[in-house]
Design a protein around this ligand. Structure first.
Ligand SMILES: Nc1ncnc2c1ncn2[C@@H]1O[C@H](COP(=O)(O)OP(=O)(O)O)[C@@H](O)[C@H]1O
Ligand SMILES: [Mg+2]
Length: 376
């Protein structure tokens, strides 16, 4: 992951949003990031963030945003599954969409590309109104659904050919040939889709949604259940596309994927809890981390898990990363152990890895209640 998130074409700071951490020990960096984001949410800025739609001009053009939505809401029956969601995806970015199962990611993606009508809110996808211009969006977006949705009883080539017909593409054969070549599917083109392993199925699904050369890819858990090697190959492909200027919004549960994203949004219970450049996320949470190595790490790990104020103990190879949003308490625990010569402790900057674990584990329950630093 780069420390410098890729930005829009003009290279300026890109929008970030986070609800304001409540705890006083938020770092200066976090505070400044949050100030920036609060301003972003509160008022249009004449000094120049033309990429951000302003509250007073909801229909203002947003040339450097591939997607923006505001107040997006979806109800199924009396259950609100997406609840007033604001989100901004810069053009050219790889944007990671995180959240527990059932938090509303798929529903959000479907609304963003015009497949599902929201009950409230507004937004644009590639400059088209998500409420009124669904057809135009579909023509320019590649959407890879969470469940494999191609024909299992057609071969790879037949599936791609079928998709090319659906999109009414010219030079169909040439385009299918090229897709087979680019995605490394040529040797397998006669295999039935239903006989492919998970990794190859995903590759075929990606090839299918790339046939019409979309500017934006919406990938909904594209590598769920796929083995690590196939996942890495898939991500090589995503980075290649990103370098060509394709914007990628990808939902995932995998840390090794999240850390490759330029931006992260985390939703739970249909609400956006945090979003911003990946490198800023740990500070937005207000997470602090110490690294510990030494003998008997297993016993230390067990002890630290039961230690008041320690919110997370994660093992990275032969070291522990011990994290808390309470910086002073964490330091005290570290110093107590150092005084007793238990483990070798070094303070480190909290990275997206620790933040990811924090977000994806039970900590998020407190987090969503505003206890751990993100208040409404
Ligand atoms: N068509 C539907 N009808 C009723 N409930 C739905 C429908 N689609 C999704 N839901 C519900 O909406 C919630 C969010 O689902 P989803 O968007 O699939 O979440 P995620 O993709 O984050 O797992 C879940 O509780 C799910 O059961
Ligand atoms: Mg889903």
């Amino acid at each position: 992951m780069s420390d410098e998130p890729r930005s829009g074409s003009d290279g300026e700071d890109l929008p970030a949003q986070a609800k304001r951490p409540a705890q006083p020990e938020a770092t200066a960096a976090a505070a400044s990031e949050i100030e920036k984001t609060s301003e972003a949410a509160a008022a249009p800025d004449d000094a120049g963030t033309p990429d951000r739609p302003s509250a007073s001009e909801p229909d203002a053009p947003a040339p450097t945003l591939a997607i923006w939505v505001r107040g997006l809401t979806k109800k199924f029956g009396d259950k609100t599954v997406v609840d007033g969601l604001d989100m901004q995806v810069p053009r050219g970015a790889i944007y990671g969409f995180l959240g527990p199962n059932g938090s509303g990611k798929t529903t959000t993606i479907r609304m963003m590309c015009g497949l599902l009508t929201p009950n409230g809110g507004q937004g644009e996808c590639l400059g088209f109104d998500i409420l009124k211009e669904a057809q135009k969006i579909k023509e320019q977006v590649g959407y890879m659904t969470q469940k494999f949705s191609l024909y299992e009883d057609l071969t790879i080539r037949e599936n791609l050919d079928f998709m090319a017909r659906m999109y009414r593409l010219r030079n169909r054969k040439a385009r299918v040939d090229r897709a087979l070549e680019e995605l490394g599917l040529a040797d397998r083109q006669s295999q039935l889709a239903g006989k492919l392993s998970g990794g190859w199925k995903q590759r075929l699904a990606l090839a299918a949604c790339l046939l019409h050369e979309p500017k934006l890819l919406l990938l909904d858990e594209p590598t769920a259940g796929v083995d690590p090697k196939a996942r890495r190959d898939f991500w090589d492909e995503i980075r290649r596309l990103s370098k060509q200027g394709v914007t990628v919004l990808v939902s995932t549960h995998y840390m090794d994927e999240a850390v490759q994203c330029d931006y992260i949004a985390y939703i739970a219970y249909g609400k956006m809890l945090i979003s911003g450049p990946s490198a800023a996320i740990p500070d937005m949470i207000g997470l602090h981390t110490w690294r510990v190595d030494g003998p008997n790490l297993q016993a230390l790990e067990t002890e630290l898990r039961g230690t008041e104020g320690i919110e997370q103990v994660a093992r990275f190879g032969a070291v522990l990363h011990v994290s808390s949003t309470n910086e002073a308490r964490l330091r005290q625990v570290a110093e107590d152990h150092m005084a007793k010569s238990v483990g070798h402790w070094t303070e480190k900057k909290a990275e997206l890895e620790e933040a990811f674990i924090y977000l994806m584990t039970g900590a998020t329950d407190n987090f969503s209640n505003g206890v751990k630093g993100v208040a409404a």
